[in-house]
Design a protein around this ligand. Structure first.
Ligand code: FMN
Length: 360
């Protein structure tokens, strides 16, 4: 019987357990997107995870649209990530970083008033805080040309190279939650009629181009990818989501990646993002490789998932914010602390590095 405390081999590394930390944007990297000592300490505290997947990190200035989120496109940012990698490795942890381009959700306030870019000129429904104010509404993006798409693919590869040079163990490509890759994948935001739009394989092409380029740059065994097939964040949707995402899982199998990570709460979890069209089992069927599941898991449902083979390991988000030693707490059957959502994206140490481990 497989348990959450069994080790697992992932991308040539042996993870000490199957309790994985989800990518969690915390907005502590400052205006220049440089992880500092506080960020290094936050991740060091969580090194007991089988794998830390560090927060969404921009591959270019154009793709960064979240206040004080980190980047990996300048030397300073790379040095900041080196501090994080060193701290986690000193505590015997393993750490990947999630790479994103936010596409149509980048407000012009972040990019000198320029129009954001996407698959097509389709505005997403949403607001985010920008340097110029709270709740700034998204604007209509412009569609990238084919040669511009190639440049964005190269940005992912370059950021991945920097991640490895900083000493991180690998990268997770952010193909979920309505950001640029997802904007290409789903047909509510992709209305192109060239090689990057129309058929499912064409809509998946940007994702597979990125996966291919990043794998060539750093080795497929250091590359994971995250998808969220039924998440309708920012109003994004796909009219044939079940075919789109099972095909995605099938195509991703060809690359020999470290893992495929699916964010989709189970219908019975009662999670706000749960959908009745639960697709994770069908994607699991279509994917040959390590499969990570996420969304509303607790210890019991996580144990059940690995035991039944629904996933090879379980990814925990909010639980890791408030319980830095989550695997140890699971082991001891200790009570879990609740995360305070008012400090998710606030500044400084409060609600960030002040959740302490249980006394040993
Ligand atoms: C504060 C916060 C920040 C998040 N940031 C990211 C992120 O950077 N990248 C991402 O893919 N998902 C992000 N998510 C989603 C989580 O990774 C995870 O999918 C979600 O919390 C559901 O898992 P859970 O029920 O175990 O918390 C974020 C969620 C929260 C609460």
């Amino acid at each position: 019987m497989t348990t959450l405390f069994d080790s697992i081999s992932l991308g040539g590394k042996t993870l000490k357990n199957r309790v994985i930390m989800a990518p969690l944007t915390r907005g502590r990297a400052g205006a220049e997107g440089v992880p500092n000592e506080l960020v290094a300490e936050y991740y060091r505290q969580r090194a007991g995870a089988g794998l830390i997947i560090a927060e969404a990190t921009a591959v270019s200035a154009e793709g960064r649209g979240w206040m004080n989120s980190p980047g990996l496109y300048t030397d300073e940012q790379q040095l900041g990530w080196k501090k994080v990698a060193d701290a986690v490795h000193a505590a015997e942890g393993t750490i990947f970083v999630q790479l994103w381009h936010m596409g149509a959700t980048v407000h012009p306030d972040f990019i000198g008033g320029e129009q954001p870019v996407s698959a097509s000129a389709v505005a997403l429904a949403g607001q985010l805080t920008t340097p110029l104010g709270r709740d700034r509404t998204f604007v209509a993006p412009r569609a990238l040309s084919v040669s511009e798409i190639s440049e964005r693919v190269r940005d992912f590869a370059r950021a991945a190279r920097r991640a490895i040079e900083a000493g991180l163990d690998g990268v997770e490509i952010h193909g979920a939650n309505g950001f640029l890759i997802d904007q290409f994948t789903r047909d509510s935001t992709n209305q192109r009629d060239d090689l990057y739009g129309g058929s499912i394989d064409n809509r998946l092409r940007f994702m597979t181009d990125v996966v291919e380029a990043v794998s060539r740059e750093i080795g497929a065994d250091k590359v994971g990818i995250r998808l969220s097939p039924t998440n309708s964040v920012w109003g994004i949707s796909d009219s044939e989501y079940s075919h789109t995402f099972t095909r995605a899982a099938e195509k991703l199998s060809e690359f020999g990646l470290a893992y495929l990570h699916v964010l989709e709460p189970r219908p019975e979890s009662g999670h706000a993002m749960a959908s009745e069209h639960y697709l994770t089992p069908a994607m699991r069927e279509c994917y040959s490789g390590v499969f990570l599941v996420n969304g509303g898991y607790d210890q019991a449902s996580g144990e059940y998932a690995v035991n039944q083979g629904a996933g090879d390991a379980v990814v925990y988000g909010q639980a890791f914010i408030a319980n830095p030693d989550l695997p140890e707490r699971f082991k001891r059957g200790a009570v879990l602390a609740e995360a305070d959502s008012s400090t998710f994206y606030s500044d400084g140490a409060e609600g960030y590095v002040d959740y302490l481990p249980i006394a040993s």
